[in-house]
Design a protein around this ligand. Structure first.
Ligand SMILES: [Zn+2]
Length: 182
């Protein structure tokens, strides 16, 4: 998938997590920021990717050793990330903000792998076994279907965030109205 679609999918996954865990407003901002970063993180193994161009000291050795869509797109990376997140949440003295951002990164990362899993290219889930797997129904990167997905993800994100925060906003607006009315 292309960068804008990965970002949209990351936001959608983040908003789903926010709605599911009933995350409060400010942590939501941190979680969504984390999800945006997580959504681009797996392509750090490609020097020409958005993130890879900005962090060549990471992307160049990673792509030389593992190749694009290698270890960063595998179950090994998922397990490593979940383990790392668990370690960070239980052993590190992190502020609330960083904890939510960490959850967001993990959710965004997963959304990236599932996104690539749905494209023709597929992902090597069982890396170092290099066979790539993709869904039975796939789409081509940059196709009209991907453009439709982009809008669907943003619409879904908006829907989930409204679902989560509309009662809260309405409640506050009502309280403000009552305070201001004579
Ligand atoms: Zn990728």
């Amino acid at each position: 998938m292309m960068v804008p679609t990965h970002l949209a999918a990351g936001m959608f996954a983040g908003a789903g997590t926010v709605a599911w865990l009933q995350v409060p407003p400010l942590p939501t901002v941190w979680l969504l920021l984390g999800a945006l970063i997580g959504a681009l993180l797996p392509d750090i193994d490609h020097p020409k990717s958005w993130l890879g161009r900005r962090l060549p000291f990471l992307s160049l050795p990673l792509s030389a050793i593992f190749g694009h869509r290698g270890i960063t797109h595998s179950l090994l990376a998922v397990v490593g990330m979940v383990w790392g997140l668990h370690q960070a949440l239980t052993h590190w003295d992190l502020s609330h903000h960083w904890r939510w951002a960490g959850v967001g990164v993990a959710v965004g990362y997963l959304s990236h792998l599932l996104g690539d899993f749905a494209t023709h290219g597929g992902v090597p889930w069982l890396w170092p076994y290099t066979q790539r797997f993709s869904l039975p129904l796939t789409f081509r990167t940059g196709s009209w279907f991907e453009r439709m997905l982009f809008f669907a993800f943003w619409a879904g994100t908006l829907y989930l965030l409204i679902l989560r925060f509309a009662p809260w906003v309405l409640h506050d607006a009502l309280a403000l109205w009552q305070r201001l009315s004579p």
